[in-house]
Design a protein around this ligand. Structure first.
Ligand code: KG4
Ligand code: ZN
Length: 371
């Protein structure tokens, strides 16, 4: 921990203020609210967080219904705010900055978090800060009991994004490779749907895979030998569909094997490309973030491969892998500490449903490193 405090201090030595930040996440189907406290340039600490998952509500529709998501965020966000304040023993008046997810995500859902954050900020006379959802995921391992130190290679695997990055500090990100079509999370979710598993498919497929034989079906490992660090998962989904059709009524008894084979294909590609990224950069630290980072098989295989190479690997706490308010408050705190941004009293809640992460990368760092 002391090494991390030093590392954080190095980013912006002039920063000394203490701050209590409220973080609000509402980009998709979880309403997350959290309080993070930062003192000077020490690693910010999570004081309380609360989450409401809409999974049960959307399950009947087989996926997220944006209008229902927005309405539910409206219902949940203020009670969750009261919960975290009570849990941390703090009052609204003590909040210094209100952070919210500005994008990417569902426009209506984002507007709820942004609207509430700006209304709270205006009422309290405190500034607000819009946070990039993926930067929240990326920095979420800093909330864990074993936080990383810069620099590291990051494998960012969420529902809509699969990226490998070199991370030298807050805002100092270089894209090493990314998916050219579906994300790994999408591959899990779409394959699960084809197998008739409930939404969200990833965790269900992973659970079923534990009972199956991962070598039962030969599925493609897209771009495994492409020589670059890009991913492609759309073909895998098609291969799963072909296999499911071929099985017909026999799918039911072979479902666990198909799930295990699908998971093995996704994990192998993520594993091999992550190892290649470590080799290419020469870095000895890997950080995994985003919902797919909760996958047990991925963790086991990354742990084993990293141990063999003398690489330290870090994950967010399991309950902070998927969307939550803590990562939004943390990213805001770390951005403010780094001096890259200032919180604003403009209260313009201009959300960005599409917001490429490349726009956060520092101008001196190329947005893409040549292979
Ligand atoms: O990061 P996240 O919560 O939301 C986005 O920002 O997209 O990631 C959600 C994704 C979904 O695709 C979900 O199926 C997947 O993470 N996921 C998993 C597991 N838990 C969540 N995929 C595989 N295994 C899991 N255990
Ligand atoms: Zn997310």
């Amino acid at each position: 921990m002391c090494c991390n405090i030093r590392a954080v201090r190095d980013w912006h030595p002039a920063y000394t203020r203490s701050m209590l930040l409220l973080g609000i996440e509402s980009s998709c189907d979880e309403t997350g609210v959290a309080l993070v406290e930062s003192h000077g340039n020490a690693l910010p600490l999570l004081r309380a967080h609360a989450l409401h998952s809409q999974i049960a509500m959307h399950q009947a529709y087989g996926g997220v219904v944006p209008e229902l998501a927005s309405r539910d965020h409206i219902r949940r966000v203020l009670p969750l705010t009261e919960t975290v304040l009570a849990e941390a023993g703090r009052s609204l008046a003590e909040i210094d900055v209100v952070a919210y997810t500005r994008g990417p995500g569902l426009a209506g859902a984002l507007l709820v978090g942004a609207g509430v954050a700006c209304a709270l900020g205006a009422a309290l006379g405190k500034p607000v800060l819009g946070v990039h959802h993926l930067e929240g995921h990326l920095l979420s391992p800093f909330l864990s009991a074993d936080p990383p130190e810069f620099p590291f290679v990051a494998l960012l695997v969420s529902g809509g994004h699969t990226q490998l990055m070199r991370v030298d500090g807050v805002g100092r990100y270089q894209l090493l490779g990314e998916t050219i079509d579906d994300a790994a999370g999408e591959a899990f979710d779409k394959s699960a749907k084809l197998m008739g598993l409930p939404y969200p498919g990833g965790p269900w497929l992973a659970k079923l895979a534990e009972e199956g034989n991962a070598t039962a079906f030969k599925l493609p490992r897209p771009l495994l030998h492409s020589g670059d660090l890009d991913f492609s998962f759309a073909g895998l989904k098609t291969a799963v569909l072909t296999q499911a059709k071929k099985l017909g009524t026999a799918l039911e008894v072979n479902k666990a094997d198909l799930a295990a084979s699908t998971q093995a294909a996704i994990v192998e590609v993520l594993l091999k490309k992550s190892m290649a990224a470590l080799e290419q950069t020469g870095l000895k630290r890997l950080v995994v973030a985003g919902g797919v980072g909760a996958n047990r098989s991925l963790r086991e295989q990354l742990n084993a491969a990293c141990a063999k190479r003398g690489v330290r690997v870090h994950y967010p706490e399991l309950h902070l892998c998927t969307d939550n308010g803590a990562m939004i408050a943390m990213a805001a705190a770390m951005r403010l500490q780094s001096g890259l941004v200032e919180a604003s009293e403009r209260y313009a809640f201009d959300v960005k449903p599409r917001w490429p992460m490349a726009s956060l990368m520092t101008p001196e760092a190329p947005s893409r490193v040549p292979a």
